[in-house]
Design a protein around this ligand. Structure first.
Ligand SMILES: [Ca+2]
Length: 468
């Protein structure tokens, strides 16, 4: 046993050791529209994804990671640690997601995970698709990222020959942006994944000596699908499979760069929402843009050799909202205390094998509350009840035999309504989306031959509110 004196004498050494513990780096890789069973760790029978398989084998795989049904809301929750509804971004201004020239975006008053980490001395970069507002004040460089390279929104938001409806709103040319400057119009998307990957690897190499946060939201496998020359027709299973294979190769390059240059790095791989019918969501019901499990439950793998034990799998309810509190804790800081944050710190779960996720998770589709999960139960507002542990595919409605559970979960739905609201009613604890201050601009004006004015807003989309 240590004498009191020798015990006291080692205290300063311990304190010094603690303060000198290097902060971990973070790499957050986000795939777009990838389905639950599109990769090997989730039993894909189509796609060959050796690098993601390795990540899962050597790391931690979640089977109940929830995102949001579509792109912008999913990214809002990743960046803020909150339900999209809480930060006013469960819906765009006239479409399910934010559109080019949209007057809404992630509120500049929100504290993103990038802003938090930057305050702790991290160098931060967003490489890929942003989709949280394309007006200058909403861009990554105004939300805590030192640098940005990529697209401001989805790769399908580009000029189309015949605009019809909201998705075919007469879009401006699709811009590739570095920081806050347009590099060029993107017409051929084949090199996007390779370009992002090259930028990402170079970022890791350059910043290996300091704590960094790399956010890498790929444009793929969102349509229009594309793959680099080396990948096109490589799988023999079509362009979707080629595109998935290239994403997997990109993951391999990131892991290699991290191992070589910055081994103290937590890498997380996610999809931003459930898969489309192009991919495979088995055994889940439904697809992207629904609140069936197939709309929000996504592949999710965490990898951090030496810190995360190999080959772990967890059924805990976890979500995009947990990224901010987790990264904050690992970087030695805390989420902002002046506002409601919905996410949980997953550090214990990831590194100690203990700890738990959420007991309750709410499913919003646009502004509408559609379901709640509590432990293994999921109740839809329609009154249908599913036991997700026994019936992950939501095939058997057990409401009739479980009226007490229905009652309990209905009360939980009411709690969400009183907190965040439902439909056009915003609850008292909802914060507004940002609203653009200046005249609405596109990054590249519309081509004169499009027949539309050069800048947004232009054409009245049916059902859309008037532009401010
Ligand atoms: Ca998406």
């Amino acid at each position: 046993m240590l004498s009191r004196r020798s015990f006291l004498s080692i205290l300063p050494t311990l304190a010094a050791a603690q303060t000198s513990t290097p902060k971990p780096n973070f790499v957050l890789i986000l795939c777009d529209d990838m389905g639950y069973a599109d990769i090997e760790p989730y039993r894909s029978e189509v796609n060959y994804t050796p690098h993601l398989a390795r990540m899962a084998r050597e790391g931690f795989r979640f089977t109940s990671w929830y995102s949001a049904p579509v792109c912008s809301p999913s990214r809002a929750s990743l960046m803020t640690g909150c339900y999209p509804k809480r930060v006013g971004l469960s819906f765009g201004s006239w479409h399910a997601v934010l559109m080019p020239g949209d007057w809404h975006g992630l509120n500049p008053t929100e504290i993103t995970v990038a802003k938090l980490l930057k305050q702790k001395g991290y160098v931060t970069s967003c490489i890929g698709k942003w989709h949280l507002g394309d007006q200058p004040e909403f861009m990554p460089t105004r939300h805590g990222f030192d640098t940005f390279y990529g697209l401001p929104y989805s790769n399908d938001m580009r000029p189309t020959p015949k605009p019809q409806g909201a998705m075919d709103y007469p879009h401006p040319p699709l811009p590739l942006i570095r920081n806050e400057k347009v590099i060029r119009e993107v017409t051929d998307q084949d090199s996007l994944t390779a370009d992002y990957t090259k930028e990402a690897v170079s970022f890791v190499e350059k910043n290996a000596g300091r704590p960094f946060f790399l956010y890498l939201p790929h444009s793929m496998v969102h349509a229009p699908l594309a793959a680099g020359k080396a990948w096109r027709d490589k799988t023999g299973k079509g362009l979707y499979a080629d595109s998935v294979a290239e994403i997997d190769d990109s993951v391999g390059q990131i892991l290699k760069a991290v191992e070589r240059h910055a081994p103290n790095t937590l890498v997380i791989f996610l999809s931003d929402n459930g898969g489309t019918p192009r991919g495979v969501n088995r055994p889940l019901r439904g697809n992207k843009a629904s609140t069936w499990e197939g709309g929000l439950r996504v592949p999710a793998i965490a990898w951090w050799p030496g810190k995360i034990k190999q080959g772990q799998v967890s059924e805990e309810i976890v979500s995009n909202m947990d990224i901010l509190p987790t990264f904050a804790a690992l970087a030695g800081t805390t989420p902002p205390g002046d506002r409601k944050i919905d996410g949980h710190d997953l550090t214990q779960l990831l590194t100690a094998g203990g700890g738990s996720g959420h007991q309750t998770f709410y499913f919003y589709h646009a502004n509408k509350l559609e379901a709640v999960r509590y432990k293994n139960w999921k109740l839809l507002v329609s009154g249908e009840l599913y036991d997700l542990k026994a019936d992950i595919g939501e095939s058997t409605n057990l409401a009739a035999a479980n009226q007490e559970v229905v009652k309990q979960l209905m009360a939980k739905l009411d709690e969400a309504r009183a907190d965040m609201g439902d439909g056009s009613h915003d609850g008292p604890n909802v914060r507004p989306a940002g609203k653009a201050k200046g005249p609405l601009r596109f990054w590249i004006p519309r081509h004169p031959e499009s027949g539309y004015p050069p800048h947004a807003p232009v054409k009245k989309v049916e059902g859309a509110p008037a532009a401010p």
